[in-house]
Design a protein around this ligand. Structure first.
Ligand SMILES: [Zn+2]
Length: 463
């Protein structure tokens, strides 16, 4: 009797183990089959691959990539092709964040039930529609390329989240991929989309964070006056400004970008408050752009001495910022304290309709960064910076609120930044531009932002 019981238990055990194993296999098949099928060792794919992949379009239906007779084709326009390289991708998967790398499954028409064996009529219909504007991207690319700039430029609609312009340089023609020779640094980082995957010292653009922390923590701090003599010893180290700024309040300090004003505020706020506000404004936090992880911006003053804390408040010390994240900070200031989450993939036309699935994830608000009253004050300061210091002609007929930055990098050079948004009704654009080793943010990142924002405004307003 005991033997029968043991055998029966063993049979049950084996049966249960079998079904658990089967379940595990089926779940894995469903989740990972597309991935498996896309592996380079799948010989079937190398034949079909991108050569039969669907089309990629900009926001106006301009063709960015398509396949015909077993070949992959990109935009006929040279500037558009190079401007779109990092968002669309090339025949390789070297640019891992590009649409052709991330959505290769959808583009090639891979299907869980039918594998890659879908009839062409179905497969060719798996097209990607993006929010990008080809002309705006080309304008930004040309503005960067003609000055030999490396860096990132992003413009997005802060009401809807649509990314209009996303350009990373250096780039190359997808028809003529680069060969990188040892010792040649011309193409350093060429496979990286700097908008998504890079971080840079934020320099003075970080003063927006220090200002927000002070406004919400120290009563009346924005009206506080400081006499800037051009340099001051804080925590045993000289903190210097470009020139003596005289007697200034916070608005003026923002406009002239006084280091001493914000370094002193950071020290007064202390490491905990500064970290609290940096975190609230998205530092040390994960973001996504569609399926891609965005490089994390960093703020860490745990081991900082007083001088380190002072410099952290003006975007130096160990501070690092991602361009897309800085554009989100601008969008939060424009939106009363809450950022809109950006996105590029508008819809997927495929055998299975993804339109409704995607629609639910578009235009969401991120977590509140600052109070709406703080956003209004920061917005006023940024608007004043442009109208009274840079001049409105910088952005043509558009009214822009912005903050520039010139950040010292480790090799003694300076990265140039500009972060801001358009205040005009009907043109809700937030932007961030960073130019590696560009020097003064106003004169390096400024003209690129001008070109990108003007072209993006035409895309959004239609004139
Ligand atoms: Zn100063």
């Amino acid at each position: 009797m005991k033997k029968v019981l043991n055998r029966s238990l063993l049979t049950w055990f084996l049966a249960i183990a079998f079904f658990i194993g089967l379940g595990y296999f089926v779940v894995n098949l469903v989740i990972h089959s597309s991935e498996w099928a896309q592996k380079p060792m799948n010989a079937h794919l190398s034949v079909t691959g991108l050569a039969q992949a669907g089309d990629i379009y900009d926001r106006n239906g301009v063709l960015l990539a398509t396949s015909k007779d077993g070949e992959r084709y990109y935009s006929n326009d040279y500037s558009t092709r190079l401007a779109m390289l990092h968002t669309v991708g090339d025949d390789s998967v070297n640019i891992s964040t590009a649409l052709q790398s991330v959505y290769r499954t959808g583009l090639t028409g891979y299907n869980f039930i039918l594998g890659l064996g879908l009839p062409d009529s179905f497969r060719s219909s798996s097209d990607l529609n993006t929010t990008l504007d080809a002309e705006a991207c080309a304008a930004a690319y040309n503005a960067m390329a003609e000055r030999d700039y490396k860096g990132a430029c992003v413009v997005y609609n802060y009401k809807t989240g649509e990314v209009i312009c996303d350009v990373s340089t250096p780039g190359y023609d997808p028809y003529d991929p680069v060969t990188i020779t040892e010792g040649d640094h011309t193409y350093d980082g060429v496979y990286i989309d700097n908008v998504i995957s890079s971080t840079y010292p934020p320099g003075s653009t970080f003063k927006l964070v220090t200002a927000a922390a002070a406004i919400e923590t120290i009563e009346g701090s924005e009206n506080r006056l400081l006499y800037c003599e051009g340099s001051k010893i804080i925590g045993g180290e000289y903190v210097t400004c470009v020139e003596p700024h005289g007697e200034i309040d916070m608005k003026e300090a923002m406009a002239v970008s006084c280091n001493i004003y914000f370094a002193e505020l950071a020290v007064e706020l202390g490491p905990e408050k500064m970290t609290e506000y940096a975190n609230a404004m998205g530092f040390n936090k994960n973001f996504k752009l569609d399926a891609n992880d965005v490089a994390m911006s960093r703020y860490n003053v745990k081991d900082a001495d007083t001088a380190g804390l002072a410099w952290s408040g003006v975007g130096q010390y160990t501070d690092m910022a991602n361009p897309l994240h800085m554009a989100m900070i601008a969008s939060a200031i424009a939106n009363g304290g809450t950022p809109t989450e950006p996105y590029i993939l508008e819809s997927v036309n495929s055998f299975f309709d993804f339109k409704n699935i995607l629609a639910g994830t578009h235009g969401r608000n991120g977590a509140r960064m600052i109070k709406s009253s703080t956003a209004a004050k920061l917005g006023d300061m940024m608007r004043y910076t442009v109208s009274d210091h840079y001049g409105d002609s910088m952005f043509g007929d558009l009214h822009v609120a912005a903050k520039t930055g010139t950040a010292e990098v480790s090799d003694g050079a300076e990265d140039g930044w500009i972060v801001g948004y358009v205040t005009d009704e009907g043109c809700p654009l937030a932007f961030a531009v960073v130019i590696e080793h560009g020097g003064f943010g106003f004169s390096s990142a400024g003209p690129v932002a001008n070109a990108a924002v003007a072209a993006s405004a035409r895309a959004v307003r239609g004139y």
